[in-house]
Design a protein around this ligand. Structure first.
Ligand code: AMP
Ligand code: ZN
Length: 112
């Protein structure tokens, strides 16, 4: 989608700190980190919200990529959180599906 921030980041039209890239997925550091590790994992294909996801491989792939990135960053054994915010009540601000991979500190539950 031409006016989507995360599509532009995935195409490297807007710079980001790239953590991982393959044919279908892209991961980069969040510009406003909420934890020592805060990486956004996105499908390269544009979907506005989780409600628009239908492809099981793509949806599942997002989790598998998060797991692999957690391992690559050395936080897989201590623990991490992988968060998908969908629409207003969840605080979604960028309408291109993205998972927040958060790690490096202890998180509380339930989230605020
Ligand atoms: P959400 O509230 O789930 O839509 O999260 C959007 C996230 O995108 C926030 O954590 C922002 O800090 C992050 N973000 C916004 N613009 C950029 C950018 N240019 N590069 C990296 N992260 C960004
Ligand atoms: Zn997009």
């Amino acid at each position: 989608m031409s006016d989507c921030l995360f599509c532009k980041i995935a195409k490297k039209e807007i710079p980001s700190e790239v953590v991982y890239e393959d044919e279908s997925f892209f991961a980069f550091k969040d510009i406003n980190p909420q934890a020592p590790v805060h990486v956004l994992v996105i499908p390269k294909e544009h979907f506005a919200t989780v409600n628009d996801l239908e492809d099981t491989n793509l949806a599942g792939g997002l989790v598998i990529k998060a797991k692999e990135i957690a391992k690559k960053l050395g936080v897989d054994q201590k623990g991490y959180r992988f968060v998908l915010n969908c629409l207003a009540d969840a605080g979604q601000e960028v309408f291109h599906v993205h998972g927040h991979l958060l790690a490096g500190r202890k998180f509380t539950w339930p989230p605020g």
